[in-house]
Ligand binder design. Structure first.
Ligand SMILES: [Mg+2]
Length: 167
């Protein structure tokens, strides 16, 4: 049974492809949109906030594994007021998601929460990241955003399916 859901950020949670380009200060345009000082804009995809809140309400542990400068990621997550919805945000200046997922597993263990790999779902818009996850963290369920999930609300269907072991 899945206990932890980990999301990529760029092009998975929001429409911008690289928030490391964002320049302070950031300003909020609407609840789900921000703009940086050079005119870069970012908007959350539909149902992201709602799905995250519902996942949290249902007791899932929520994480982020994003290839970005950590200071930029925390600026953006704070500006969008999403930080408090996630239990753990790992943002690193390299693309190796399997290392970030390992960090998440280790950090949860430090907090006294032991999760098995097959209790983790990882959602990313770039399938290229899955190879190393399958290799080094077998059992983690990798979901390709916009292919296996067309909308963030679809995560609930996938979680139901995984409960039935129908993957
Ligand atoms: Mg991405």
């Amino acid at each position: 049974m899945i206990k932890v859901v980990v999301f990529d950020a760029d092009k998975t949670l929001w429409d911008h492809y690289n928030i490391s380009e964002f320049v302070e200060p950031l300003k909020k345009i609407s609840e789900d949109e921000i703009e940086d000082s050079s005119g870069n804009k970012l908007k959350l995809f539909p149902n992201v906030r709602e799905s995250l809140k519902e996942l949290k309400r249902r007791g899932y542990i929520l994480g982020v594994a994003t290839w970005n400068l950590p200071e930029k990621a925390s600026l953006v997550f704070n500006a969008l007021e999403l930080s408090q919805l996630f239990d753990i945000i790992i943002s690193r200046p390299f693309p190796f998601k399997f290392l970030m997922l390992t960090e998440i597993i280790n950090e949860l263990r430090k907090r006294g929460v032991n999760v098995r790999r097959d209790e983790i779902m990882f959602i990313d818009d770039r399938r290229i990241h899955f190879g190393n996850v399958w290799l080094y963290l077998p059992g983690v369920k990798c979901i390709e955003m916009w292919k296996e999930m067309q909308d963030h609300i679809d995560v609930f269907k996938l979680l139901e399916r995984s409960q039935l072991n129908d993957f």
